[in-house]
Write a protein that binds this ligand. Structure first.
Ligand SMILES: NC(=O)C1=CN([C@@H]2O[C@H](COP(=O)(O)OP(=O)(O)OC[C@H]3O[C@@H](n4cnc5c(N)ncnc54)[C@H](OP(=O)(O)O)[C@@H]3O)[C@@H](O)[C@H]2O)C=CC1
Ligand SMILES: O=C(O)[C@@H]1CCC=N1
Length: 275
């Protein structure tokens, strides 16, 4: 299988790294095209043994999967540049946030099988939580191929496309919410007089331990929380303050706002692009 990346940024690198590490394809079966920076391609060549896509016409003969890994603002130009080279049987994958399957279809000449994906930054270490949706032209074989590719960068779930705004609000943006908690815990540690380097490690290990417990214990988060909370104890005193500040409600509103913004961005982008 040969894979071509249009765009050589952080998401492309995360996918390249995962795909090679999981031996889905070898480095020399991956070609990459960037917009401006030759140095970036050389860097990826040296690190992963990938090849440079020297001309877009190479897509016609040597590619089974084309992965669009450009920013949403660049997707129209990228689609216009590749549209005449896409061949029957090739699979097109887009990781661009907020760019709908119908928008991509509208920029192409034929019925092209398309996968739209929403990964997150933990793809860098193979720990993304990704959701993918397919258009009508995607075959069973293509679905399997897409699942294999995204499973190389973490957990992958198939959803209907209308769920992708919610996925973006939850797990696409999700790492930032957890980093926000880590920031707050580190600041608290500082204010209560803990040594900085020790506090950082305690915060990280607390987050990892809690995440692993959620994954492996089979218990609901509420039960795990109650197991830490002794009556009249320290956790109860802490949680009481979170409740006074309506922190749970704030997180619920946070995910809803991010989900809403995903839909707004998609609409705005498509209106601008269709002018
Ligand atoms: N980063 C993340 O965590 C997540 C990213 N995504 C999505 O992934 C996509 C890529 O994001 P990310 O990797 O972070 O972005 P980056 O800015 O790191 O990379 C984008 C790359 O696309 C290249 N590019 C732009 N236009 C073209 C073009 N016409 N032809 C070829 N290459 C082009 C850029 O080249 P140059 O540098 O020369 O301009 C750059 O290398 C986005 O659409 C984003 O929404 C989705 C979920 C999470
Ligand atoms: O904040 C954003 O718009 C993007 C989409 C998902 C993660 N980051």
């Amino acid at each position: 299988m040969n894979i071509s990346f249009i765009g050589a940024g952080s998401m492309a690198e995360a996918m390249i790294s995962g795909i090679i590490e999981k031996k889905i394809v070898a480095g020399n079966e991956i070609t990459v095209l960037n917009r401006s920076n030759g140095h970036r391609i050389t860097q990826l060549q040296e690190k992963y043994g990938i090849k440079k896509l020297t001309s877009l016409s190479e897509l016609e003969k040597h590619t089974d999967v084309i992965i669009l890994a450009v920013k949403p603002k660049d997707i129209l130009t990228a689609l216009q540049s590749i549209q005449s080279y896409i061949q029957q049987g090739q699979l097109l994958v887009s990781v661009a946030a907020g760019i709908s399957l119908s928008f991509i279809e509208s920029q192409l000449h034929n019925d092209v099988p398309i996968v739209r994906a929403m990964p997150n930054t933990s793809a860098m270490i193979g720990k993304s939580a990704t959701a993918i949706a397919f258009n009508q032209s995607v075959s069973d074989a293509h679905q399997k191929m897409a699942l294999k590719l995204f499973s190389a960068i973490g957990l992958t779930k198939v959803v209907e496309e209308n769920q992708l705004d919610a996925v973006t609000g939850l797990s696409g943006s999700g790492p930032a919410y957890i980093y926000y908690i880590a920031e707050a815990l580190e600041q608290a540690a500082n204010e209560i007089g803990l040594e900085e380097q020790i506090a950082k490690q305690l915060v990280i290990q607390t987050l990892i331990g809690a995440a692993e417990m959620l994954k492996h214990s089979g218990e609901a988060p509420e039960n795990l929380r109650k197991a830490v909370t002794s009556p009249g104890g320290t956790t109860e005193a802490g949680i009481k303050v979170l409740e006074q500040h309506s922190v749970k409600e704030a997180f619920i509103d946070c995910v809803k706002a991010a989900t809403k913004q995903s839909a707004v961005l998609a609409q705005t982008f498509e209106q601008v692009s269709s002018k």
